[in-house]
Design a protein around this ligand. Structure first.
Ligand SMILES: [Mg+2]
Length: 402
């Protein structure tokens, strides 16, 4: 049963919300002030918190700040309730990490819809993060991972992280032209933590910002070593998070890493997904244009699975489209996937973009892509993601597709 904590000092409002939620079969907890609310949050670990902004002693901002400081409660969806509707209050609450904001008096439907949408979002995240075990074990497992991740980052113990490289191969020459960098985490106690758990968790908690910065720095350094080691054309792609992109100093950091390593900007490619672009399109456009003006390449990752609006293709300075693996898998037997993929290749070429197929696993898929003039492929058919030394070995051996 979904457990909701209501922190509200006005008794009448509190009782009304409680009645309403109980009628909807939610499990409820109530606190008449911020301190009791915090205690209940730490002991009961609710699924969602509704919290009044203006309360004597510890107000809603104080409650939210304290919750976000503890890994165990940092990700509980949090909705502010307030009679004040000033824009500044709204911003302050959102900046502290609130998920939503309801201005009193709100209707039953407004409240229920705000709760439903936060719970749905949390459930999507949980589904991405929790794969194999029952929900209880899982949430404990994820909480553990989060605690260890925070500790690792606090101690700046970055040698626990490793960057793997998956080759991207030119379909015509068969040669390695680029690689996508992928993060791996090996914790001394947890062992190897699956990226499928790590990345959504790091995204949800914002911890992706320091980790992503470390990856960028590390990749720039490594790319320079390969350039100097006889592979001056090699391009390395780095996956970005929406959190990184909206950092005000993002493009300056990129410039700093390029200059520090004396790296040709065009050898760095940033991979963005469609949902990241749509998340905050205006900021993304400004940042991407700036980064692109340095000469850095930009790719759209998992293309075809995101939003249907393609207008951003015109607005953004894009160099490469990466067709999502979903379209490639079984392409020779699935006429719809084949139709979509050939249209995407055509469109990319008409827009003067390079097109890379992801998740290429069979000779048949490769043949199809070659026949329709896809530019490059990435996937298990050629190679899985490799640690630095192994990637270097296949570079030196001049491993080719054919
Ligand atoms: Mg990618």
């Amino acid at each position: 049963m979904t457990k909701i904590l209501i922190i509200e000092d006005e008794e009448l409002v509190r009782e009304n919300i409680l009645d309403l939620l109980e009628a909807e079969d939610f499990d409820t907890l109530a606190a008449a002030n911020g301190r009791i609310g915090l205690q209940l949050a730490f002991s009961e670990f609710p699924d969602l918190i509704l919290c009044d902004l203006m309360m004597p002693d510890l107000d809603g901002y104080g409650v939210l700040t304290a919750l976000r400081e503890k890994p165990i409660t940092a990700t509980i969806p949090f909705i502010f309730l307030t009679a004040r509707s000033a824009r500044a209050d709204f911003r302050q609450g959102m900046d502290l990490g609130a998920d939503d904001y309801l201005t009193k008096p709100f209707t039953r439907d407004e409240l229920l819809s705000a709760i439903a949408s936060r719970l749905a979002k949390q459930a999507t995240l949980a589904k991405q993060v929790y794969t194999k075990f029952d929900a209880q074990t899982l949430s404990r497992e994820v909480q553990m991972i989060e605690i260890y991740l925070r500790r690792t980052l606090e101690q700046r113990d970055f040698q626990q992280f490793q960057v793997y490289y998956q080759p991207i191969v030119d379909i015509h020459s068969g040669q390695i032209i680029a690689a996508e960098s992928l993060l791996r985490w090996q914790h001394p106690e947890l062992g190897s933590v699956s990226p499928a758990k790590l990345i959504p968790l790091a995204e949800a908690t914002g911890l992706i910002v320091p980790i992503g910065e470390w990856v960028l720095k590390n990749v720039c350094k490594q790319t320079k070593l390969w350039h100097d080691g006889g592979f001056p054309e090699l391009r390395i792609a780095v996956n970005l998070s929406a959190h990184q992109l909206i950092q005000p100093d993002f493009s300056q950091k990129i410039l700093k890493f390029l200059l520090a390593n004396n790296l040709v900007p065009g050898s760095l490619e940033l991979e963005l997904t469609e949902s990241m672009i749509m998340h905050d399109i205006n900021t993304v456009i400004v940042t991407m244009k700036e980064v692109h003006s340095f000469g850095v390449k930009i790719a759209i990752d998992d293309f075809g699975t995101g939003y249907s609006s393609l207008s951003y293709l015109k607005e953004l300075p894009i160099d490469t489209l990466k067709i999502d693996r979903y379209f490639i898998q079984d392409i020779t037997n699935d006429s719809q996937k084949a139709a979509i993929t050939t249209a995407l290749i055509q469109m990319a070429h008409n827009l003067n973009l390079d097109i890379v197929a992801e998740g290429v696993e069979t000779e048949q898929e490769l043949d199809f892509l070659r026949q329709y003039s896809c530019d490059a492929v990435q996937g298990f058919l050629f190679s899985q993601p490799l640690p630095v030394a192994e990637f270097e070995n296949i570079l030196l051996a001049n491993k080719r597709l054919y």
